[in-house]
Design a protein around this ligand. Structure first.
Ligand SMILES: [Zn+2]
Length: 279
């Protein structure tokens, strides 16, 4: 199995989003550009996407930012507000330098969107779903039914225009005993690729556990924002369900400490650089 870790631009967020500011405990408004606290304490984090090559299959995990947020490869306020609306822009700004969109990086590998057998969405927040339309021609675009339900239950947390015209195929987590709440979905039915529910950040948040030869790589999306999240058990600044988010962080920790774990990767870890894993 081969995994390529891409960075598709960066996201600019309050420092209290990835790692809870336990003293201030800011709310989303305070983490936005409308608040002095939110404006003063901002950090750029990478936005990752992953290509998995497994047998003859090509599988993309998440889509990163769409070229629309940075038409010229530079920070563009107007383009972002148009793409995600003012509310989301105030919470997380983005930038996508030239050549860094997922389609541009796949094209550099001679891979067209229609060559992708699966696109797996860990969840549908803006920095993960933005690029969806650019890979609309992939054979299958998968998202958990629980995540899609969240988009209807909490529409304010999402920008549904990002998936206008996209035909999602939903999968349902099964009671397998795998994961923080014992729910997962085995993509091929052979244990090679497990989509594991790690709720908290969103209800349908999906970690991707890639298994080969008794070893595994864990892509834990926004279940934590860095390795230090699980190492030091630092919860994120916000979650749909904080208790579940912490429970999921404990599971990520347990997996990451396993002797069979080759790498465990957070989507927005500032210390991770693009690289390849072959195992
Ligand atoms: Zn994210």
């Amino acid at each position: 199995m081969k995994i390529r870790v891409f960075h598709t631009g960066k996201v600019y967020v309050s420092h209290a989003l990835p790692f809870k500011d336990a003293q201030k405990n800011p709310n989303p408004f305070q983490m936005s550009l409308l608040s002095l606290y939110g404006r003063r304490n901002r950090i750029w984090l990478p936005v990752s996407a992953y290509l998995i090559e497994h047998g003859n299959y090509k599988i993309l995990v998440d889509t990163g930012w769409h070229r629309d947020i940075s038409p010229d490869g530079e920070y563009n306020r107007r383009a972002q507000v148009k793409h995600m609306g003012l509310g989301h822009f105030l919470l997380n700004q983005g930038i996508l330098p030239e050549g860094q969109s997922i389609v541009e990086q796949l094209a550099a590998l001679n891979i067209a969107p229609e060559d992708l057998d699966f696109v797996i969405m860990t969840h549908l927040h803006t920095d993960h779903a933005s690029g969806l339309k650019s890979v609309a021609n992939a054979k299958k675009i998968l998202v958990s039914a629980a995540e899609l339900q969240d988009t209807e239950k909490y529409p304010i947390r999402y920008v549904s225009s990002m998936w206008d015209g996209i035909k999602f195929e939903t999968f349902h987590f099964k009671n397998t005993g795998v994961g923080s709440v014992g729910k997962s979905f085995d993509l091929f039915g052979d244990g090679s690729i497990e989509l594991v529910n790690i709720p908290g950040h969103t209800s349908g948040l999906t970690a991707v556990k890639l298994n080969s030869g008794g070893k595994f790589v864990l892509l834990f999306s926004d279940g934590g924002y860095a390795s230090k999240s699980w190492q030091d058990l630092i919860p994120p600044g916000t979650a749909l369900d904080e208790e579940l988010a912490f429970k999921s962080l404990l599971w990520i920790r347990e997996m990451s400490l396993s002797e069979n774990c080759i790498e465990s990767l957070a989507n927005h870890d500032a210390e991770v650089v693009p690289h390849e894993i072959i195992f």
